[in-house]
Design a protein around this ligand. Structure first.
Ligand code: GLU
Length: 472
């Protein structure tokens, strides 16, 4: 049975690149009905922070990539790593190194002068007795080349001379990343490791450790890192944000997951995938080695796509916190009427980009426009418009059933009578209702806003045009 894991270090907020790694591990396991696990690699006491662990867990939860078992925290397993290190020492495969920083620096300096690659010179390899001094634990690097298989890349080999007797336990008794990583992957029964190709040399060190510890080596898949459009490693400079920042900006998990899945993986020409479909179609064979370029426009495009196409109920649930925030910000006291908000939302979501802009685009449904778009007024609210607009106002006022059909009849009548193009009368009404020249359909807005809200807004624009024309 396949068991994968996501093993972030809580030294920063969860970045979208890491979410992609989590996603691929998740999909690989779920495609085979296996398990996906989470391990928090918090052995670095200085850089690891509780708030980052919380950020990681919240991000995974939001994205729908929850682990199947309780997360493992490396900081709670220090004794385990220690006992493995002691075993290696007892077997003569590792040793305590008492070298001071000064000595190490000096050796490296001398090596550099001789034109050698700086490396540990094995000074403490043969010290048998335990000294009363601080020490680190180093492995005795076997003098044989390091070879392993990567599912995507085939055989990978490193010359042992590229490495030295590397440290597995620090002087404060904590484990180095590679050591804890190997022990935990083994104890957690991990069968496949998907991670960024920046870890290739770590994998080489880990292969040495698997051999020394006599542990079964998992299968590795090193994926190319995500790059910015300028082909440098993805960072904030490219507009890439943390997962929760995307959430708070109004991106939906459907869009982010869909987007990330296609960075380094494909399934024919298919572009749109739900998480369920990804689980169904995900196959390691379709991962590719070309570097994945981050394209914020494509992500936004997917977000727009999901805003238009997900069920209304879902978009409502997602957008509610954003609308509530808007109410607070705009000091809107109106009661939150679910039926009304849903109707309003459905007219706006087909032409907006994020949940945040969705809420913002809905503002006129709760608050009359504060001002009118000047260009629109100049173009559409001329003196000649007044007659038809006033007559439209009067006719709407007389309507008993203020619904789309009867509103449309009124518009048709005015258009005919004044021989107008629809835009000539629709734009002034649009400006009256929203202050803008782009908005949902005028007829549906009128119906949703209702007579009591719409009419005073139209009247206000009529008065405004009159006053404006007098002045100009
Ligand atoms: N803690 C490591 C990282 O965040 C884990 C790498 C791995 O997947 O083994 O890069």
């Amino acid at each position: 049975m396949i068991r994968t894991r996501f093993a972030p270090s809580p030294t920063g907020n969860l970045h979208i690149g890491s979410l992609r790694t989590a996603l691929f591990n998740f999909l690989l396991a779920k495609h085979e009905e296996g398990s996906f696990l989470l391990r928090i690699e918090d052995t670095d006491r200085i850089r690891s922070k509780k708030e980052f662990t919380e950020d990681i867990i919240e991000s995974l939860k939001w994205a729908g990539l929850m682990p199947d078992e309780m997360p493992i925290f490396q900081s709670q397993r220090l004794n385990i790593y220690k006992s493995y290190a002691e075993k290696l020492i007892a077997e003569g495969k590792a040793y305590r190194c008492y070298c001071t920083k000064e000595r190490l620096d000096k050796t490296k300096e001398e090596q550099k002068k001789r034109g050698e690659r700086p490396h540990y010179d094995g000074h403490c390899r043969n010290i048998k007795q335990i000294l009363d001094k601080p020490f680190v634990v180093r492995i005795k690097l076997p003098q044989e080349d390091i070879v392993f298989e990567d599912i995507l890349r085939g055989e990978i080999s490193f010359r042992y001379s590229e490495f030295d007797d590397f440290i597995i336990m620090k002087s404060d008794g904590s484990s180095m990343y590679n050591f804890a990583n190997v022990i935990d992957d083994s104890e957690m029964g991990i069968t496949h490791v998907v991670r960024g190709d920046d870890h290739l040399t770590n994998t080489a060190r880990q292969i040495v450790l698997y051999r020394l510890l006599n542990l079964k080596v998992p299968q590795f898949i090193h994926i190319p890192l995500i790059m910015g459009e300028d082909k440098t490693r993805l960072s904030k400079r490219h507009g890439a944000k943390s997962v929760l920042e995307y959430r708070d900006e109004g991106y939906m998990k459907e869009a982010l997951i869909n987007y990330l899945s296609r960075l380094g993986w494909s399934y024919g020409d298919k572009e749109i995938f739900s998480l369920k479909e990804l689980v169904k179609y995900f196959d390691i064979k379709h991962l590719h080695l070309s570097s994945a370029i981050f394209n914020p426009g494509k992500l936004l495009w997917l977000n727009e796509y999901y805003l238009r196409t997900l069920p209304s109920e879902k978009i409502y649930a997602y957008s509610k916190p954003f609308i509530e925030r808007l109410f607070l910000k705009e000091n809107i006291k109106q009661e939150f009427n679910e039926v009304y908000v849903k109707k309003a939302m459905d007219t706006v979501r087909i032409r907006t980009q994020t949940l945040k802009t969705l809420a913002h685009d809905m503002l006129f449904y709760f608050k009359p426009p504060q001002d009118y778009e000047e260009k629109g007024v100049r173009k559409y609210c001329k003196k000649e418009t007044l007659h038809s607009l006033e007559e439209l106002y009067q006719n709407l006022k007389d309507l008993e059933n203020f619904n789309i059909e009867s509103i449309k009849d009124v518009f048709d009548k005015i258009i005919k009578k004044y021989d107008l193009k629809l835009i000539k009368i629709a734009q002034p009404v649009r400006i009256a209702l929203t202050g803008k020249t782009i908005s949902p359909g005028v007829l549906e807005m009128l119906e949703i806003l209702g007579k009591d809200v719409s009419l005073p807004r139209i009247k206000r624009l009529i008065d405004y045009i009159k006053a404006w024309n007098e002045q100009n």
